[in-house]
Write a protein that binds this ligand. Sequence first.
Ligand SMILES: NC(=O)c1ccc[n+]([C@@H]2O[C@H](COP(=O)([O-])OP(=O)(O)OC[C@H]3O[C@@H](n4cnc5c(N)ncnc54)[C@H](O)[C@@H]3O)[C@@H](O)[C@H]2O)c1
Length: 343
Amino acid sequence: MSTTASTIFFGAEGFNALDQFLENKQPSKTFVLVDENTATLVPNFAQRLSNLDGEFEILEVPAGEQSKDLEIAAQLWATLLDYGADRNALMINLGGGVVGDLGGFVASTYKRGISFVQVPTSLLAMVDASVGGKTGINFGGLKNQIGTFNEPDLVLVEPEFLKTLPKEEWESGHGEMIKHCLLTGSDWPFILQLTPEFDSTDEIQRSIRIKSRVVDADFKESGLRKTLNLGHTFGHAWESLMQQKGTPVSHGRAVIQGLHLALVLSEQVHLQREVARTYPWLVVDPEDLAQLWTFQLADKKNESGEVQFVLLSSLGNATYGTAVNIETWSACILWLNERGNGK
Ligand SMILES: NC(=O)c1ccc[n+]([C@@H]2O[C@H](COP(=O)([O-])OP(=O)(O)OC[C@H]3O[C@@H](n4cnc5c(N)ncnc54)[C@H](O)[C@@H]3O)[C@@H](O)[C@H]2O)c1
């Protein structure tokens, strides 16, 4: 399985590939970036690599979205400088999407770019964040405003790491897998029945393949890649609103909320009903509609002051760039409030 500039490997084969990479590269210094939760995975990870001897430094950031921050990126750049890291240094990002996005951004910009490896440990990072070369941090209260397109040298996906992942974080990744299946029609509606207890290695591989195929066709997101934003126009706005209200929701749960709306806007109510049986629509306070619309307008993916959606003309067939007006949008949300619970 290959993407434009890097290669994705699974399980034991992945550890072998990373070992080989370390042997070939002979990094001058290796840094392993973790957050406070994924730090516990370091011993298991390091033990399985014979070429990662004790000569690596662990860089730890607080868990959560607040670490995708300029101040934290600056601290990491300063730490790399303190260690005298040169352009042959290597950054291994062992964690969820936050660690991957932040570490990828720091590595992409330090001394105009050093090598980095993504080792996703959350389901969301496996099927989405570590594929496609987008790195970045949040800025000015908005998500992913500063960043780069830069492929890692290698992605190592070890589904065993999911054993310690909390259930709500698993659901977050499940949301992106559901999105991939809606975009292609594959595994539908079986994907809705997956649970954390199920060995989903095959489904994870298929999900990654769907994303990497789209990314290979359109790395810089000038066309087809935009379809991966299915559910994200409203999802990001919902995520920002919940953050502002002090009741944050996971990225993937926000995307599921966005999928509901996209499916109703697409007039694919039968698909929305199927999603709702697994993840019901979460009622939106009508008083929040104005704020949600404002968040959508600020989304960097919108052009010329319009709010644009990815829609489905049918299962497996997506279109992008459809402008939706506030009246239609509000009516669909109010409809979902009344009838969006799948019954
Ligand atoms: N670059 C991209 O293309 C892309 C795509 C989608 C999402 N993202 C970004 O990814 C981020 C969300 O990723 P996420 O959901 O992985 O968030 P996250 O990195 O915050 O991880 C979620 C939580 O799970 C914990 N965790 C991760 N792996 C664990 C494990 N194996 N065991 C125990 N705990 C574990 C983390 O410490 C954290 O508390 C967002 O910032 C989003 O913008 C990026």
